[in-house]
Design a protein around this ligand. Structure first.
Ligand SMILES: Cc1cc2nc3c(=O)[nH]c(=O)nc-3n(C[C@H](O)[C@H](O)[C@H](O)COP(=O)(O)OP(=O)(O)OC[C@H]3O[C@@H](n4cnc5c(N)ncnc54)[C@H](O)[C@@H]3O)c2cc1C
Length: 474
């Protein structure tokens, strides 16, 4: 059941009245024209399903590894239309959904994971520059802001751990954080000056798509793959009006992966995350924020907002509610949620009262492939001829490039530093089947909200999940 908005504040409602229900990033006048759908039967060395970041990076890197590899990419709608074109554009070096989560799940591997993540982010920057991708990629660093003192419990230790792992991180008091970004709500925070970038995600997807085409990748959009099956020494992919016979197959199908490899449905749940974009700020409004280094930011509650500036000085404001619709709804009917958008708008003006009167131009949602360990997992099917990556939860913009390398390593049967990682070899704890799945997830969401109202105190349910190494996040 979707929640209906309760009593609505008129000023908040007005701020949203003209918001277009589509991703701001995808709603740009120079969005590329769709490429023709697959028609008839073709062959390829490597067939890739999905034109989000995972699929596009896999195609690009396959061509960079071996220019003679014949690659075809099939996308059900248009490249970047799903999570990859709807996200916040926070591009982190972290492969583990942040340091704290990584330390909890892969403590011994973290120095290596952080090195690989930093190299991955550096390689992304090189690709963007090398192919001339105009996606506003900027190594801004990142802020974590506390709006209540309890959120700073453990912050000094978190900074020490981050520094040990090579981050240029500092704990900030109230004046320090308000010197980075000014809100009367802030009591302190953390600044990470390195290993985090901001990007226009749709432009990154479109730029990768262009680079793939230039290297000879054949891309077909509006081509949904219905089935992958064995076909002699290779595999057969059936799609609407065509088919591909391929030696190997890579899936970058995000929250939709279980449609092609059923068992993946045990490990991921589709979680909806919602976002607002404001109109461009005037010079005076921008000055009132004092957003000195234009770093992307998030607040430190369990239910957190993430926020950032765009090239033309709009503010993107998203997160907080991470909604699981019972039964695991993935359809685009859920991309608009007035109740959550109103809540986000209300929180925005509480955080930045100096922006009263500002209006939102876009309000949208996207589906996240959440797994219980919050970081991507990898697998193969059809006797190693198909490989996939999924489960990035809310931090896949950077990690998808790394995942593409793992996918290609797995398809080559290569033994690499990447394939030896516990991160690459292990799977998350599965979610229970429905209807228990919905009951467990909704109970967890309610407990998380209660913890935020109760100075961060985790109830018995959350403590039990913590002990079992299980979680729910966006
Ligand atoms: C609202 C929101 C905010 C986020 N914010 C951030 C952020 O700031 N930073 C960050 O790091 N991460 C963020 N994320 C997560 C990040 O966007 C994802 O982890 C990442 O984009 C995943 O890319 P992907 O290619 O694996 O999946 P997707 O982008 O979902 O792409 C999968 C593609 O596969 C296609 N497909 C699926 N099934 C088929 C089929 N059978 N046949 C053909 N095509 C198929 C789909 O149409 C889709 O285009 C956010 C996600 C959302 C939704």
């Amino acid at each position: 059941m979707r929640k209906q908005p309760a009593a609505v504040d008129a000023a908040i409602a007005r701020s949203l009245a003209d918001a277009r229900p589509v991703s701001y990033w995808l709603d740009q006048p120079d969005a590329p024209e769709p490429l023709p759908a697959l028609a008839g039967t073709t062959t390829a060395d490597l067939a890739i399903v999905g034109g989000g970041f995972t699929g596009l990076w896999t195609a690009l890197l396959a061509k960079e590894r071996d220019p003679s590899c014949d690659v075809v990419l099939l996308e059900g709608k248009s490249a970047g239309h799903a999570a990859s074109g709807r996200n916040g554009g926070f591009c982190s070096a972290s492969l583990t959904h942040g340091i704290a989560n990584g330390m909890e799940r892969f403590p011994h591997e973290m120095p290596l994971l952080e090195r690989l993540g930093e190299e991955n982010l550096g390689a992304m920057a090189e690709t963007v520059a090398g192919y001339g991708i105009d996606c506003d990629f900027q190594l801004t660093g990142e802020l974590s802001v506390a709006t209540a003192n309890w959120q700073l419990d453990g912050a000094a230790e978190a900074v020490a751990t981050a520094r040990d792992l090579g981050y240029d991180a500092t704990l900030l008091d109230q004046d320090g954080i308000r010197g980075e970004l000014d809100s009367p709500a802030y009591v302190g925070g953390i600044v990470h000056r390195n290993r985090n970038a901001l990007v226009d995600p749709a432009r990154l997807a479109w730029g990768l798509r262009r680079a793939c085409l230039d290297l000879g990748v054949r891309i077909h959009e509006h081509t949904t793959v219905r089935e992958v099956s064995g076909n002699g020494p290779g595999l057969l992919l059936r799609a609407g009006y065509g088919a591909v016979r391929a030696r190997s197959v890579a899936l970058g199908t995000g929250a939709f992966t279980s449609a092609l490899v059923r068992r993946v449905g045990n490990w991921i749940v589709p979680v909806w995350d919602y976002v607002l974009m404001t109109e461009p700020l005037s010079a005076q409004q921008l000055a009132s924020l004092g957003w000195t280094h234009r770093r992307g930011a998030s607040d430190m509650g369990n239910q957190f907002h993430y926020f950032r500036l765009t090239r033309d000085n709009r503010v993107l404001w998203g997160g907080y509610d991470a909604v699981y619709y019972n039964g695991g709804q993935r359809g685009d009917d859920y991309a608009s949620s007035p109740a959550t958008h109103l809540k986000l708008a209300e929180h925005f003006f509480t955080m930045f009262p100096q922006l009263e009167g500002l209006r939102f131009t876009h309000a949208w949602g996207g589906v996240i492939d959440t797994c219980s360990r919050f970081s991507a997992f990898f697998g193969t099917a059809h006797r190693g001829k198909l490989a996939y990556a999924a489960g990035y939860t809310g931090l896949g913009v950077g990690a998808t490039r790394f995942a593409a390398q793992v996918i290609l390593d797995l398809l080559e049967g290569a033994d690499t530093e990447r394939t030896r990682l516990t991160l690459a070899r292990s799977k998350p704890v599965p979610f229970p089947p429905e209807p228990l799945r919905s009951v467990v997830i909704q109970a967890t969401r309610a407990s998380i909200a209660r913890a935020d109202r109760n100075e961060g105190k985790r109830d018995l349910w959350l403590r039990t999940l913590d002990r079992l190494g299980l979680g729910f996040d966006s």
